[in-house]
Design a protein around this ligand. Sequence first.
Ligand SMILES: *[C@@H]1O[C@H](CO)[C@@H](O)[C@H](O)[C@H]1NC(C)=O
Ligand SMILES: *[C@@H]1O[C@H](CO)[C@@H](O)[C@H](O)[C@H]1NC(C)=O
Ligand SMILES: *[C@@H]1O[C@H](CO)[C@@H](O)[C@H](O)[C@H]1NC(C)=O
Length: 304
Amino acid sequence: MTLQLPLALRLLVTFYTALAASQTPPQTPLVQTEYKVGQAIPVSCLNRTTDSGEHVTDASGQLVYSPFPICNETGRPLELLFGIEREINCTIDFISDPFFHLLEFYVHNDAPLTCRIPTKPLPPSPSKAEFEKGTTDLTEGQGSLSDIYTPMVVALAGTLQLSHLHVSTSLNVLVHAAPRNAAPGTIAAATAYSISRDPPTRIVIGDPLPLRFSVRWYPTTSLPSGWTGVGGHLTFSTLVYCLISAGASAAICLAYFRGVELPRRLKMHGRDRVGGIERGGLGGYGVGIGNGNGYGGYGPGKRD
Ligand SMILES: *[C@@H]1O[C@H](CO)[C@@H](O)[C@H](O)[C@H]1NC(C)=O
Ligand SMILES: *[C@@H]1O[C@H](CO)[C@@H](O)[C@H](O)[C@H]1NC(C)=O
Ligand SMILES: *[C@@H]1O[C@H](CO)[C@@H](O)[C@H](O)[C@H]1NC(C)=O
């Protein structure tokens, strides 16, 4: 009895501790810490002054970013979807006078179109401002802006004309996710650049700007090798293919030689040996000497 009582007590205590633990609400994560595949990622871009293309800062000296212009196709600012490769049509309905001036800066390389995407999902709006300043302890890794956002500079190509612009509106967007084992659902790097797939679009103030994004995702920070055409390097599969085809052609040649060519040659060789003995006596060498002697010895001039 003396031994059993403390045991019963201990069991009781353990039971109540477990009960108490089960009754505290489960720790709901305040911030979603990783993107799910297909989750929308908002794109925002740096505000610039339209007279000089300088970036705009707020009262506390922070750079001001605002959402990417609204796409006519979706009625929303440009969004990428995590891990989803797709073509996005984003037509900016009406190029205002200030926006036209900014486009001039972009294509004339006075200032880049500097955008960014959240590296991980942003918390809901109310806490967002605090979160960005790094004053909350909602997640580990808060603090500097560079942790929260990943830059995505859009290298917009075009030419500046007197009255209008030519803009290459087809763009590639490359996004790298961090390796899954290191940081799942996290963006590691991103970039976008004009490609000359279509002739450049002629733009004046008031026109729509039909941007065509081709989005590709990479599961690590390294790019796969894409060059397989003429002059490309030798890949392993090419090497294997070459070896197999070399082996196959050698086998076919051998079979042909053994089955067809060799018996024919043997036959011809046998025939050659029979005829060769006869012809051998009349070989050029013997005839030549004979002729030489003959003509020399029996020449008409010498006979006289
Ligand atoms: C930033 O630019 C957006 C439009 O791109 C504009 O609505 C907003 O007022 C600008 N903010 C500042 C602080 O200049
Ligand atoms: C995007 O627009 C082009 C025409 O500019 C059209 O051919 C294409 O089907 C559109 N793609 C999507 C995904 O809407
Ligand atoms: C954009 O959408 C509006 C309303 O849906 C439409 O009236 C307008 O023609 C569209 N603009 C372009 C450039 O597609």
